[in-house]
Design a protein around this ligand. Structure first.
Ligand code: UT7
Length: 311
């Protein structure tokens, strides 16, 4: 028996900050941001809108799509580096909001790869037979740890949340293979330094263009498939040039790669589940498709999954 995705959901805040708006905040240009990153605009949460509020909206949609209610959940995992506070966790707040009376709850901290870590943790509990339904969420309010005077970082990030409900699926479907990894030595290149995000962009870029394609290829091979069998790729949305490197390495057509960095920027742990939910809703992924999800982030961390779509 394998664990698979029963439903997805996502939420992004209403407020849009365009590249033109960024030109008013720091010395930058729409042209620089577009060509170096692929970002055109990003969403910024309201002052009183918390990570848990965004997570709740994405989670509600995922539960609805999965056809279950909160009280059927056994576990809630929220991947975030921007929880409302260190405790109570965002996952405990969701446990209350969703009426998930029998669910255990914990947050997962693996930066932009957090959703992949949550997914693989959920898979273990389901495939052991201990749990039936697990809600996993990636939710971030990066705007609260963004240094709005640092043009190297502030143009890159956005807020939002994505969610999925995992459970047992029928034969042949579900998570076929995975890879998780970490390299603490590289942690200095991407960190929260004091109140804000610090990033050595060039070093992270070098790591990402190597690691993301490599992990994607690994999980395809581990699942017993060839690159040509991949129907859809959902990469972490950090930079269009990093996505393009992964696309070329997998030798996959442009229309089979999820791209929403233009609309949302880099939403860290939320980026993969937002893209997943959008792809599921707009018909980009279909029953029986071989889908690859791959992310990397601060830590350094990375994770990838190959799955056969469908219940
Ligand atoms: O999810 C977490 C992971 N984060 C990432 O994956 C980010 C990975 N890194 C990147 O995406 C890229 O390295 C960046 C987009 C952050 C930067 O692009 P780059 O092509 O590596 O630029 P750079 O850092 O080499 O900087 C080139 C120039 C510099 O000027 P000088 O020193 O050459 O005169 C920067 O000061 O661009 C300058 N610059 C900017 N100019 C206009 C940096 N940020 C900006 C900006 N607007 N916002």
């Amino acid at each position: 028996m394998k664990a698979g995705i029963l439903g997805t959901g996502h939420y992004v805040p209403e407020r849009v900050l365009t590249n033109k708006d960024m030109e008013e905040i720091v010395e930058t240009s729409d042209e620089w941001i577009r060509t170096r990153t692929g970002i055109e605009e990003r969403r910024i949460a309201g002052d009183h809108e918390k990570t848990s509020d965004m997570a709740y909206k994405a989670a509600e949609e995922a539960l609805k799509e999965a056809g279950i209610t909160g009280d059927q959940l056994d576990l809630i995992l929220v991947a975030t580096v921007t929880p409302d506070q260190s405790f109570p966790t965002v996952s405990c707040k969701l446990q209350e909001y969703l009426g998930a009376t029998k669910a255990a709850a914990m947050d997962v901290s693996a930066a932009c790869a957090g959703f992949m870590y949550a997914m693989i943790t959920a898979k273990q509990f389901i495939e052991s037979g201990d749990y039936q339904h697990i809600l996993i969420v990636g939710a971030e309010k990066l705007s609260k740890i963004t240094d709005w005077t640092d043009r190297n970082t502030c143009v890159l990030f956005g807020d939002g949340a994505g969610a999925a409900v995992l459970g047992p699926v029928s034969e042949g479907k579900g998570i076929l293979s995975f890879e998780l990894g970490a390299d603490g030595k590289g942690g200095k290149h991407l960190s929260q330094d004091g109140d804000f995000i610090f990033m050595n962009g060039r070093e992270v870029f070098k790591f990402a263009v190597r690691q993301m394609p490599e992990s994607a290829v690994h999980v395809v091979e581990k699942a017993g498939y060839a690159k040509a069998d991949v129907d859809y790729l959902i990469p972490h949305q950090a930079n269009i040039r990093i996505v393009e490197a992964a696309r070329q390495r997998l030798d996959i057509a442009e229309d089979r790669v999820a791209i929403n960095i233009n609309k949302y920027g880099n939403t860290s742990a939320a980026s993969i589940p937002i893209a997943l939910s959008e792809a599921a809703k707009n018909g980009k992924i279909k029953n029986d498709d071989l889908v690859v999800l791959v992310g990397f982030g601060g830590g350094l961390t990375w994770g990838a999954v190959a799955l056969r779509w469908g219940k």
